[in-house]
Design a protein around this ligand. Structure first.
Ligand SMILES: C[S@@+](CC[C@H](N)C(=O)[O-])C[C@H]1O[C@@H](n2cnc3c(N)ncnc32)[C@H](O)[C@@H]1O
Length: 234
């Protein structure tokens, strides 16, 4: 009978922790979809023009069938992109002033070296009273390297909005603390060395529990993982 700390037992624990994490929903993507659904509801006809800025795979395209929807992205990361209408840097979008009613920009601002220049460009391409719907991480691992430059506090968002000609209409947490904790527990369960096998299983259990809790309820204690922000062109 192998002991609790034998190599085989450790491997079994690590296997258990990855099984516990398998097939879980991603609460951030769930909440982003809710956010994008609200953005889409701002428009009522094809006269309403939307730019998905930094669209990547354009995961929310299907929500915008009732309006005119375009994508922009620089297409530089080694990944698959959706068909892009504008291949450009977000500091220089090749459209005239006042082209769009709404700019959607989810999980992009952390990747641009100069977010102020990007917000100024959004302001330029938006019609008067047009809105920018944005989200970005506050607490998240580096990703899409080397294009990862910032994490934003709510105060950074307010300051950037004021500097670029926007009024803040909303700044809230994208997901609640259960989502933040689920994310951190998942990282521990996946990355602690194998000798921490018992903790890996416990963290996987915590990640599982917190993921389901986040899907049920957004609780604003602790700290956020992402902020969601709605700005209006002043
Ligand atoms: C994390 S992905 C988010 C994609 C999509 N908005 C979403 O929510 O799934 C970030 C995207 O920003 C794009 N991006 C990063 N820096 C950019 C820049 N300076 N100009 C244009 N696009 C940029 C990347 O190519 C990538 O598709």
């Amino acid at each position: 009978m192998p002991g609790l700390r034998s190599r085989a037992a450790r491997r079994a624990y690590v296997e258990i922790s990855s099984r516990l994490l398998g097939g879980l929903p991603n609460p951030s993507r769930y909440r982003l979809r809710q956010f994008a659904t609200r953005a889409a509801a701002q428009g009522g006809s094809k006269d309403f023009r939307v730019l998905d800025a930094g669209a990547g795979k354009a995961p929310f395209r299907g929500l915008f069938d009732h309006v005119t929807y375009e994508t922009a992205d620089f297409g530089q990361v080694n990944k698959t992109y959706a068909q892009l209408d504008h291949v450009c840097d977000l500091t220089s979008i090749p459209v005239p002033d006042c082209s769009y009613d709404l700019v959607l920009c989810t999980q992009v601002m952390e990747h641009v070296p100069d977010p102020i220049a990007v917000l100024r460009e959004f302001n330029r391409v938006l019609k008067p009273e047009g809105q920018a719907w944005l989200s970005a991480p506050f607490f998240y691992a580096e990703h899409e390297k080397p294009y990862d430059f910032h994490r934003f506090t709510q105060f950074a968002w307010k300051r950037m909005a004021a500097e670029t000609g926007f009024r803040v209409q909303e700044i809230t947490w994208l997901e609640g603390y259960y989502g933040t904790l689920a994310y951190q527990a998942r990282i521990g369960a996946q990355s602690l060395p194998n000798r921490w096998f018992v903790w890996r299983v416990l963290l996987a259990l915590l990640a599982r529990h917190m993921t389901h809790a986040e899907m049920k309820k957004k609780v604003l204690v602790g700290m956020p993982k992402n902020y969601q922000v709605v700005l209006a062109k002043s």
